[in-house]
Design a binder for this molecule. Sequence first.
Ligand SMILES: *[C@@H]1O[C@H](CO)[C@@H](O)[C@H](O)[C@H]1NC(C)=O
Length: 194
Amino acid sequence: MTIDKEYGNLEEHPCVVAFAAILCLLLFGFTMHDMKRPEYLPEFWVKLPAVEGLERGTGASRPPTFNITLRVNNRDSEPWHFKGPGRVVVAYAGVPLAHADLAEFTVPGEVISSVPIVATSSGLGLPDELYDRMQSQRRRRERVKLAVHVTLDGVRLWCTAILHGQPRGPFVCPILYGPTFDRTDPRQMMFPII
Ligand SMILES: *[C@@H]1O[C@H](CO)[C@@H](O)[C@H](O)[C@H]1NC(C)=O
């Protein structure tokens, strides 16, 4: 009979027990870490106080420019420091229209701060097709939804703003965790909106 000998029992293998215990502790630790993350991140909203340059691209004289207010609600008692740099992309119908870099900022504990952002583009106006699509949405009195995506320290805020309309917001931004978003990958720039 060799099986008992081969497998033995756990008391004869303190290393196995110790290894399993350490593994459990590590897994538990990671789980707790993940569960805690949302509490340590503030709550975010965006508002869109002003928009300029949404002109038909042919003959446009200005780039599309979006004045955005990022509201940051730090519910923690400790200050929240964003060490930067971050990135903001405004997209319509999945096409990025404007972007901005986000510099570092700090929100004191239990404070709601506003971070002003001006997102713009090097091109003038909107591609004709997008302009027409936006105009036809307006004619039908549909909400013109813009996606405002903010990349901060490896998380992405998946914000929505409504152009020239009600409700004016602010809209709380869902937070996406995940692998660090690569700002140079052009596929990351294409954000379909609903
Ligand atoms: C947008 O923000 C910039 C910078 O704060 C400001 O100069 C500009 O007047 C704003 N645009 C509008 C239309 O309010």
